[in-house]
Design a protein around this ligand. Structure first.
Ligand SMILES: *Cc1c(COP(=O)(O)O)cnc(C)c1O
Length: 648
């Protein structure tokens, strides 16, 4: 790799592709730190290292999820304004009324902030389960505010929805299955007979990308066209045609191709036109979720459209069909969750150590009595180290590498047969890694094009492991499950060139507990460029775009619990341009133990018995025994992650 001597924060921004994925919310500042720019019409920035310093001062533990509430609000505004602009530009004759699907992030503060920022735009909510319905209902401030109820619904839910409708609330259950419609009609007939509902249509147009199976004929949910006709006939026969108010589809999350969305919207608009012409007064057309987030900055199969293009596509596709069929323009609804919440939260993770392959000192020479193999490797290494940069050609370097590999594997064979001592084998190991690294250093200088396979092999072998204080299964489930890459950037030192290539590994005892895909301008995204760790100096990484789905889907693998959270607001009148509104501590050891049925009282009794036996047998003095018990009990209130500056 050709190496440039000078390095500036701008180079760091380019390497980690901030411009491509941050949507203007994150920048590298002149101190070489990552900063947040939370407001659209204000240049104010918040240095994330200042926030880290503040939370450290308050003794809050890492990993820590920071929520930038202003970013959340900005996303709500941007979405609504994109639709307003599309509507104005096309002269569409109706309005947009988005709903926020709370499954993306149900945290109460998130829902309240979204509703508050969305109030000027009439933003509503969407729920997909009984518990979500119960959480959403009391938040319908105005009678106009929409609550769309997707998902499978039982009698309890349908009755509650009918009751909310009786209160005058604009709740629309979406019929996912024909049986649900029959049940709703029966329950409505028991009360005053009046209700309103929507229908999820099983479209021919499917989605694309990793979540494609939510739409199209293979989708789990939805009513087919023959069922739709039957439903309409039954409604007309019972004179309840005016209760059918909404048509819905959902292609799946993270739609990658905007053409598919347009196709689906047109397909549904045709159905809408037919039903309106039959006299059904359908008011809403709901295009579901799926508005994508550009996690990897478009570098690998991301999304091919902007927020504005998405809004334009929905408006123009539906308008075109309505105008051709000469039917009124419906209220447009979308259920964008990911696009609203992804940007606002950043997970702050501390590195606990860096592990690189063992090496020998720069001027090392194997002593006389060393094993033949160690001496051979030592000679190869010395000549590699003595050669001037660029003086060895590709052939010579590959030959040296092949020799080194051969000696190393021969040494393994000898060791397993008992012919090589542990000391000599360890020396071979260190010489082997030192030689590999010397070969790679020379290869990077001559920068062969195309690079030989050996070069990839070496890059791969020589990667450092950085142990990080977090769990992939708790905080980045989509990375483990569907290889979603999330941008990760060191929060500090960005004015220095990152010289290490790292694989991030987590705390879990699971070989999948690592980050294996990175967002970087480096075409080989199997590693992250990081700085060498300095003893005694903490090194913090920011994991970005974590606000959608990750925290709620996280699980407790190895009993690592939820991480602590801090909610941050920007304010130019405060020191550092921010203030911390709320801190939610991470899960305590005792809470997570209780989830798997271990309780402090019982554990204490067992531990006490164990210690008592030892006291009785004279193995420990009573005082010491009781101290050990106290020490054990004090751990119940600890958080589940590693505390590198531990107190107990
Ligand atoms: C999950 C889901 C959403 C949210 O999708 P995003 O891609 O996060 O916007 C919307 N509607 C329905 C029916 C869903 O299941």
């Amino acid at each position: 790799m050709p190496t440039k001597i000078a390095w500036s924060p701008d180079d760091a921004a380019e390497l980690y592709r901030l411009e491509a994925w941050s949507d203007g919310f994150f920048v590298v500042n002149e101190r070489g730190h990552v900063a947040v720019k939370p407001f659209d019409n204000d240049p104010l920035t918040i240095d994330i290292m200042d926030v880290v310093a503040e939370v450290r001062r308050r003794n809050i533990n890492f990993p820590l999820l920071l929520r930038f509430q202003d970013v959340l609000r900005a996303r709500v505004r941007r979405l609504n304004e994109a639709f307003a602009e599309a509507i104005a530009y096309a002269e569409y004759k109706n309005v947009y009324r988005g709903v926020y699907p709370i499954k993306v992030n149900q945290l109460h503060e998130v829902v309240e902030e979204v509703l508050d920022a969305g109030a000027p735009y009439g933003l509503g909510l969407e729920c997909g389960s009984k518990t979500e319905l119960i959480a959403c209902l009391p938040h319908l401030a105005s009678d106009e505010t929409l609550l769309i109820c997707n998902g499978v619904k039982d009698r309890t839910m349908l009755s509650l929805i009918l009751a909310a409708q009786r209160l005058g609330k604009n709740v629309v259950p979406v019929m996912e299955k024909f049986g649900e419609f029959e049940q709703l009609m029966a329950l409505a007939a028991d009360s005053d007979g009046k209700t309103q509902f929507g229908v999820r249509i099983r479209l021919r147009t499917g989605g694309s990308g990793k979540w494609a199976d939510s739409g199209g004929y293979r989708s789990k949910f939805g009513i087919s066209l023959p069922e739709l006709l039957e439903l309409v006939e039954r409604l007309e026969a019972s004179g309840a045609g005016d209760s059918f108010v909404l048509l819905h589809f959902h292609l799946g999350s993270q739609i990658s191709d905007i053409q598919q969305l347009k196709q689906a919207a047109k397909e549904m608009a045709q159905i809408y036109a037919e039903l309106v012409n039959r006299g059904l007064p359908i008011r809403y057309m709901d295009v579901g979720g799926g508005l994508g987030v550009n996690y990897s900055g478009g570098s690998d199969g991301g999304i091919n459209y902007s927020l504005q293009e998405y809004a334009n596509a929905v408006v123009s596709a539906i308008m075109e069909v309505c105008d051709t069929r000469n039917v009124p323009h419906p209220v447009l609804v979308s259920e964008s969750g990911r696009a609203i919440t992804a940007h606002h939260s950043v997970l702050i993770v501390e590195t606990l150590g860096a592990y690189q392959k063992d090496r020998v000192a720069d001027d090392y020479k194997a002593p006389k009595g060393s094993h033949r193999m160690a001496r051979t490797l030592s000679e190869i290494l010395q000549s590699l180290r003595a050669a001037a940069e660029g003086s060895l050609d590709l052939g010579e370097l590959l030959e040296a590498y092949h020799d080194v590999v051969e000696v190393h594997s021969e040494a393994s064979t000898l060791f397993s047969m008992g012919y090589l001592t542990l000391e000599q084998n360890a020396l071979v190991e260190r010489l082997y890694w030192s030689s590999c690294s010397a070969v790679l250093g020379h290869l990077r200088v001559i920068d062969p094009d195309p690079p030989p396979v050996e070069m990839h092999e070496l890059e791969d072998k020589l990667i450092d492991q950085y142990l990080c204080d977090f769990s992939v299964f708790q905080s980045m489930l989509d990375h483990w499950a569907i290889d979603q890459a999330f941008p990760i950037v060191p929060l500090d030192h960005l004015d220095r060139r990152p010289t290490r290539r790292a694989l991030l590994v987590d705390l879990t005892c699971d070989s999948d507990g690592k980050v294996s895909q990175y967002v970087s301008s480096n075409p080989d995204k199997q590693f992250l460029e990081l700085h060498p760790l300095r003893p005694g100096e903490p090194y913090f990484l920011g994991f970005f775009l974590m606000g959608a789905y990750q925290d709620i889907m996280g699980d407790s693998h190895n009993l690592f619990g939820r991480v602590a959270e801090a909610h941050i607001y920007g304010d130019a009148n405060e020191e550092g341009n921010f203030w911390v509104e709320k801190v939610i501590p991470g899960t305590e050891v005792q809470e997570i133990l209780a989830q798997v049925q271990y309780f402090p009282n019982d554990l204490q009794r067992r531990m006490q018995n164990l210690i008592k036996e030892k006291i009785e047998s004279g193995a420990v003095r009573p005082k010491r025994g009781m101290e050990i018990l106290d020490q054990y009990m004090a751990c119940f209130k600890e958080e589940t992650y590693i505390d590198p500056r531990g107190r107990i």
